[in-house]
Design a protein around this ligand. Sequence first.
Ligand SMILES: [Zn+2]
Length: 164
Amino acid sequence: MTFDDLLHANLRYREEFHDSGVAGKAAKGLAVLTCIDSRIDPLAMLGLRPGDAKIIRNAGARVTDDSLRSLVLAANLLDVHRVCVVHHTDCAMVGQTPDGLRARISELTGVDASGWEFLPMTDQRATLRDDLARIRACPLLPPDLEVGGFVFDVHSGALEPVEE
Ligand SMILES: [Zn+2]
């Protein structure tokens, strides 16, 4: 079936797997919101291991109602006190307009996508700054939550802080 390769890989994974016993909280007090781009390995990129951080991903690493939902739960219940929002170079969500992207999806699917918000960006850094402000303005997040924005270079592996 479609997922046979994955189940097969899991057989090997479970042979080497050891329950680390870590809790489902974030040992490093960290949440990372990043893009779904398959070149990003969030744990390796930040020197983290399973148990260290909450990882939230969506197309473009956008601060949406749903990513805020996860951040509110992580900050209030799961020991998160700092958040990294990590955009990246060569992101497919950059350089498109909302209307252009909707038109493209409509064309590909043959279904009217005009009611959808895909949240593409034209100015990546300005969008990132706006999104950081949206996290800071969320009333259900602790006022002392540390929030930082970064751009990951998918070709060099470098992580660049974005000044606000
Ligand atoms: Zn991306």
